[in-house]
Structure formats: C-alpha cells, structure tokens
Design a protein around this ligand. Structure first.
Ligand SMILES: Cc1cc2nc3c(=O)[nH]c(=O)nc-3n(C[C@H](O)[C@H](O)[C@H](O)COP(=O)(O)OP(=O)(O)OC[C@H]3O[C@@H](n4cnc5c(N)ncnc54)[C@H](O)[C@@H]3O)c2cc1C
Length: 530
C-alpha cells in the first residue's frame, strides 16, 4: 500500500491545476490511465471564455451562461466562476502560457475569439490548439515539483470507502485501487483526499469528438461508491465534427462559425436562420438539432460548413490545425465547404459537487468535466469548461488544504482481491458489447429522444450490465473490461436520467414532451445508489 496526502485521478486541466496547488501542501500522486497528455484538455481547440476586455463585463458573461443553461444553472456558482476566472487565467499565464494577441491602434492586446451563445468576444486562445498548449504548460510545471509523482498507465479501478470495508464510522473515501497496466497488478493507494478529475464520457456514443480516454470512469466509480450523480441526461452534441470515415473524432471548432462560417445543407442553402435568429452562431443544441433535422429530411449524409468567403491567409493562420487536418483528407477549407455531422462532445452533468469540488461522500472531491457544479445547467456555454476546470481546481485545493486529517488513527486498507485469475477467454465479447452500447446510445439516446426509444435502450443495457458483471467476476480485470463496465454504468445513468425528465430543456429534447415544464422540472435530476 502506498500513501499520499492527495491522490488525483486524471491529468487534464482540472487534475494538473489541482496537483500544482496541492503540491505546496503535501505529497501528491497524479494517477492517469494513459500518457499524461492523453486528455480531452489536449484536444480543446476554441479556447477559454474569460472576461478580459473593457467592452465585456462579468454581468454579460453570467447572463450568457444562464441563458445557455436554460433555467438549471446555479447562479451563485456561475457568478463565482466567471468572476474568479481572470485571476486563475493570470496564474496560468505566469506559468508561461501565451495566449494569442493582436495589434490594435499601435498597442498589443489579447485576441479574443467569439463562439456561439456569447454576446461578446471573450474567448482566449492559442491559435486553434489552446488545449494542447495548456496541457504542455501544466505538465512541464508538474515535472518541476519534487513532491508530485505522475503515475502514467495506471488506471483507477474503484474507490475504497468505509462502508465497503464494513466500518461502523461515518462513510468516507479512504483510498483507491489502481491497475498498473504494465505489471497488471492492482495497487492500493491510500489518501484522505481523493480527487476525481477523470473528464467526460463521450465514448459512450458511437460518434464523439472525445479521445479514447473519455469512458466515464469517474462517474461510474463515484456511483459505485454511493456518491450523488446529477443531470446526466444533458449530453452536449457538438454540431460540427468532420464527416470523413478515416478522420476519427476530429472536431471543427465553433470558432470557425465565430469567424463567419455558414452552415449549408446539401443544396447549398444557409439553413440556420430558419431555426434561430442567431443563424449559424446559435447555441450548440439548437445547431445540432437543426443539422440533425436537415440531414434526416433530405437523407443527406452530412451538412457543410462554409468559410470560403474569408481570405485563405486568414484561414490558414487562424485555424492551422483544422486547415492542415482537413487538407490531409483532401478538403481545402479555403476553397470548399467542410462536410460536418454532430457528435457527442461534453457531459454537462456528473458527480454532484459544491463549488469547491466536495462531493456527497466525505474525502472525495470531483473537479472538471466529471463534476456537476451547477455552472452549465441544461447546456454548456462554449469554452466555459476549461474555465470551470481551472477555477474549481483552485477552490478544491484551498478546501482540501483546510481539511487535513491531522492525527486521526490510520485504518489499514485491504489489498485488492481478484476473484478468478484467468484471462478473458473471448475478447470478442468485450468488443461486441462496447460496440453495442455505443451504437444503441447513438440510435436511441441521441439528439432527439422518445420514451419508447429510451425504454428500449434501458432494457438492453440491463441485459448487457448483467453479462458484464459476470465477466467482471469470472476473469482477470483488464483496461478494456474496466472501461466497458464503466461505459455501461454511465449509459444506464444517462438513460435513467433522461427517462425521469418528462419535458424538453436545453440539451434534453424529447418528442413526447416537447415543451419546457418549469412547474415540475426546473430542478436537477439526482441519482444515488444509497
Ligand atoms: C475536441 C474537443 C474540443 C474542445 N474544445 C474546448 C474549448 O475550446 N473550450 C473549452 O472550454 N472546452 C473544450 N472542450 C471540452 C474540454 O476540453 C474538457 O471539458 C476539459 O478539457 C476537461 O478537462 P478535465 O481535466 O476535466 O478532463 P480531461 O482533460 O479529459 O482529463 C481526464 C483525465 O483523466 C484520466 N482518466 C480517466 N479515467 C481514468 C481512470 N479510471 N484512471 C486514471 N485516469 C483516468 C484521463 O486519462 C485524463 O488524463 C473540448 C473537448 C473536446 C473533446
């Protein structure tokens, strides 16, 4: 058994920002299931929303966030995150991150991008590779901290709680079992402060903008440990993922529409004005549903994003990554519209937390995309998630420092016991179940829902979960099996949450209840195993 003052699971913006601050208070383990940089964070293109210009105000950013959230944001949380943003950004810049600037009337100022739902230009960015630059900066800084151990290729399996150990004391989180993928051994890590920063669950859907790590592990682990889970029905579908069979999950940033890109259907019509007065820059849920409707109506395979009216030099300079990637697939975006489809992008719900990341289980914190603080409500405003990761990581570090366990007697934690030790005999079963879950979620629990489809998904998932449970106890655990188990849990939580919301709001749209029902449903959807 190894012991740390803080055990952080996940090495994206939230986990690394927390770890850097916690390192000033004690020893830190950063546990991450692939390489340190394999995160959603590294894929973020658009940037971070933050009020930095005189033409903008906290009030406007708060208003835009609340409007996107469709009546479910926690206004106090929105205000805190928006107003604390500039200080956290300043600290990030102190670590060496340089956001793009531009020349205005003889002086340099931050070059602010505009994205859907924002009433002002307020998105700080580094070309279209903001996330990668943030990730590199934070990892570099982490490497300079003597008290931090980065455990790569280590996958958190399950949380250890007092209740699971059958202790009479009030339930709390005591540690975590971690699979070392190289030795295939499960280690026991003990810490009074376990921080889940495991990101989202895009891989639960067949089409997603997320990288392979996004399998909902944190939500599933917290659920099994008895923590409260909120608002899982609100999955954001990004309207514009590159439609190209070989281009696995490549996102065309909303910033392309922010810079004037127009969505067209297969007949070349700019259709968005028919759906919303804001046209192509309407919030993501509206745009995703509009594309879905256009595609379904015409039978076309995709829609098109057209920015060919802008100068080629501008396009190449502002979107070097997108430009080059499209070009690799034979699409020159300065000359032809980009084929796009919607894809699962962001999990607005998650482990229910306070503003400082504290969950309903003492000793367990959740920060970043895995958490549901109340910032996003029923729909996330673009580029608010990196901001949330940064600010809540800071608050959690302050809260954890104040919650040191002092000289409480240490409970010894049992070692992991594997039921049976034989290897899975038929890997094909795991891959088949992975595929089945992702496909059924796409077909039955996607952008437009109905009770009948949700019920069908629910019944199939219960069967799959039974099968996976059997597998779990009869064979040696592996990363694929653990991820499959977590995907199934998260999929079931999404379906149960969606079934319990008998209205349409924000990202949850159902043909059976197309209206918003404030009287009965202006509240979070909460689930807990206990
Ligand atoms: C293509 C794309 C573009 C985006 N663009 C933007 C944008 O412009 N602006 C914006 O604000 N947001 C954007 N987002 C969303 C944003 O990137 C994420 O919400 C944010 O980066 C999440 O950060 P995080 O620290 O919570 O998690 P992540 O960065 O996803 O990190 C999760 C970490 O947890 C680890 N992990 C997961 N499970 C386990 C486990 N069981 N054991 C050990 N480790 C585990 C992963 O390996 C990873 O290290 C974008 C997302 C995508 C996919």
């Amino acid at each position: 058994m190894r012991e740390f003052d803080f055990a952080v699971i996940g090495s994206g913006i939230a986990g690394l920002s927390f770890a850097l601050k916690a390192a000033k208070q004690g020893s830190v383990a950063v546990i991450t299931k692939r390489r340190g940089s394999d995160t959603n964070t590294a894929w973020a293109q658009g940037g971070i929303a933050c009020v930095t210009s005189d033409e903008d105000s906290f009030e406007l950013h708060v208003r835009d966030t609340l409007e996107a959230g469709a009546g479910l944001c926690d206004e106090a949380v929105v205000r805190a995150i928006v107003t604390e943003g500039p200080e956290c950004i300043r600290q990030l810049m102190e670590l060496g991150l340089q956001f793009d600037e531009r020349e205005v009337s003889g002086h340099r100022e931050l070059d602010l991008g505009k994205e859907g739902g924002h009433s002002k230009r307020r998105v700080l960015h580094v070309r279209d590779v903001t996330g990668r630059e943030i990730e590199d900066t934070l990892l570099r800084e982490l490497g300079r901290q003597p008290g931090v151990e980065l455990l790569e290729n280590h996958m958190a399996v399950d949380l250890i709680t007092a209740a699971k150990l059958g202790l009479a004391a009030q339930d709390r989180c005591l540690g975590v079992y971690v699979l070392d993928e190289r030795t295939e051994e499960v280690e026991t890590i003990r810490s009074d402060r376990i921080v889940l920063a495991t990101g989202g669950c895009g891989k639960v859907y067949l089409y997603t903008t997320n990288p392979d790590i996004a399998t909902g592990d944190g939500v599933a682990m917290a659920w099994r440990a008895g923590a409260e889970i909120a608002n899982m029905e609100f999955i954001q579908f990004h309207p514009t993922c590159l439609f190209q069979p070989q281009a696995k999950s490549f996102l065309i940033s909303e910033a392309v529409r922010g810079e004037g890109g127009i969505l067209r259907n297969d007949r070349g019509e700019g259709f968005m004005k028919r759906y919303d007065r804001r046209g192509s820059l309407a919030p993501r849920d509206i745009v995703a549903r509009a594309i879905d409707a256009e595609i379904k109506r015409s039978g076309a395979k995709c829609a098109f994003l057209d920015i060919t009216h802008k100068a080629p030099e501008f396009i190449r300079e502002r979107f070097p990554n997108i430009y080059q990637t499209c070009l690799r697939f034979g699409i020159d975006m300065s000359k032809q519209p980009i084929p796009v489809v919607p894809a699962a992008h962001y999990q607005c719900g998650g482990i229910k937390t306070a503003m400082n990341g504290a969950t309903s289980l003492p000793g367990l914190y959740a920060i970043g995309e895995v958490a549901c603080t109340g910032l996003h409500g029923a729909n996330r405003l673009a580029s608010n998630s990196l901001l949330e990761g940064l600010v809540v990581a800071h608050r959690a570090a302050v809260a954890c420092a104040g919650a040191r366990s002092g000289s409480k007697p240490k409970i010894s934690l049992p070692e992991w016991k594997s039921g049976k030790v034989q290897d899975v005999d038929e890997m094909v079963v795991i891959y088949h179940n992975w595929d089945e879950i992702r496909r059924l979620m796409w077909d039955y629990v996607g952008i437009v829902r109905t009770d009948k489809r949700l019920q069908r998904a629910s019944a199939r998932l219960r069967n799959l979960q039974r099968e996976i449970r059997e597998f779990y106890w009869n064979f040696k655990i592996s990363v694929d099996l653990l991820e499959l188990r977590n995907l199934a849990t998260v999929a079931a939580l999404i379906v149960d949450s969606a079934l319990s919301r008998k209205e349409s709001r924000g990202l949850h749209y159902t043909l059976d209840y197309p209206e918003t029902d404030n009287e009965h449903f202006q509240r979070e959807t909460l689930f807990s195993r206990i």
